[in-house]
Design a protein around this ligand. Sequence first.
Ligand code: TRP
Length: 325
Amino acid sequence: MQRVFSGIQPSGEAHLGNYAGAIKNWVRLQDEYECIYCVVDLHAVTESFDPATLSQRTLDMAITLLAAGIDPERSILFVQSAVPEHAELTWYFNCVAPLGELERMTQFKDKAARNRQNLNVGLLDYPVLQAADILLYKAELVPVGEDQIQHLEFSREVARRFNKRYGDIFPEPRPLLTPGKRILGLDGQAKMSKSLGNTVSVLAGPEATWDKLRPAVTDERRVRRSDPGEPEDCNIFTIHKAFTPAETREELARGCRGATIGCIDCKRVLAEHIERELAPLRERYRALAANPERVREILATGAGRCRAIAREVMGEVREAMGFLA
Ligand code: TRP
């Protein structure tokens, strides 16, 4: 079985964008691949964060992943900082990583603009740590959204450079692009993101979800109810694709194009399907949150399995680089 690796930041509760764009896909991939999933807390500290809540947000994200269906019997789930080899491999990779390319990374430039107060080396080094995450387990496939393609291409470059200098150790990981368009924030502007405050939590519950969906931006063409719209240009319709069965969706699309339904009707149907899918997730979340010891145990087992793989690969790396054994 091919190995898959992916990571998600410890933002606490996941939002609909995380769920539809990543987590749901991660759950599916477990049927076909050997999957390693990581809560990337080392990445989280590159931007300003609250140390007082980091551990809780990390645990909450792990619980969300388990509640969504990541199965610790089949996959490895762990927290990045529990496996120190991620940081160690980052250092070795730093010494082959091309600085110019790091400076040109789109996300680095965006984040540098947002973090003028805390423009630290970690922010620049973020993609090197991401390369170490993946290559530490010699993972071949990496499920990511489009915004991570550049980072993944960089990981391939790091693998190539390392291999060229020290011998053929790492495979070049390939992206497994998440199907479907990216979910935007409810303001219809940028991507759904906690730092932009345009999200709906997967744990929100029907009332809170509806309060956010009701005023959410749809296709701008539909000023009045009698104006026909184009579902493919509507963020609400993009969300439908993650939650609503195709048949119902086609009906809604016809209704939108022919202006026989209003956006509110369309959103009501969406709210129903979101609730159908996420109510059981919330239930499992509550059960796990009531038993954090069990979750810590799962994460500790995951980290242990990772460390065993990591130790072996790091042995190869150090030998190839010529460090004193
Ligand atoms: N940078 C990724 C994101 O923001 C998270 C991440 C960290 C990741 N390490 C990874 C994703 C390794 C895939 C593989 O979404």
